[in-house]
Ligand binder design. Structure first.
Ligand code: SF4
Length: 161
């Protein structure tokens, strides 16, 4: 979720690294996450929500919020490496290039269900619904669930970047 609250419950480094690696190696789990994303995208489309573009919400410091995600979402995202230069600014997402998201097809649930305009509560309910599905996916695949902030998770996964 893109949120301005601090709710980082990311596990210690070896736990997260192991969980992300196990998720990424589980093709069935990744397929199932893809189907959850497709369903979420359809639900968002039915709301008529429109992204105005420009990418201000991907500049976390500027927008004063943070992006939270689970290990399986991280595994999907990092299956496309971020450019080396992206780590220079920890205040924005490593996958933002100008106004564009270069990992659009792999972006986490929080990016799919966040809009600057529209009924905030509706998007929160949609997020909660699909986030529960992702949590259940972790449980059914017996891979520990956690919920961490993107930049903190990247610092754990890629400490030398
Ligand atoms: S993954 Fe893409 S949409 Fe999500 S915060 Fe990063 S650049 Fe923005």
């Amino acid at each position: 979720m893109k949120s301005n609250t601090k709710a980082d419950k990311s596990p210690r480094e070896p736990d997260l690294t192991d969980a992300v690696a196990r998720c990424g190696a589980d093709a069935s789990m990744m397929d199932r996450l893809g189907r959850i994303y497709e369903s979420a995208d359809r639900a968002v489309a039915r709301t008529g929500a429109v992204c105005l573009g420009g990418g201000p919400c991907c500049r976390f410091d500027l927008f004063a919020h943070r992006l939270y995600l689970t290990p399986v979402e991280l595994a999907m995202l990092v299956s496309q490496p971020a450019p080396d230069s992206a780590y220079a600014d920890p205040g924005r997402c490593p996958y933002q290039n100008g106004p564009r998201c270069i990992a659009y097809a792999r972006r986490p649930l929080g990016c799919r269900i966040f809009f600057c305009q529209g009924e905030k509560r509706l998007f929160e309910r949609l997020y909660e619904r699909y986030h529960r599905e992702i949590r259940s996916l972790h449980e059914s695949c017996c891979i520990p669930y956690s919920y961490g902030e993107l930049v903190a998770c990247f610092m754990q996964l890629f400490p030398n970047e």
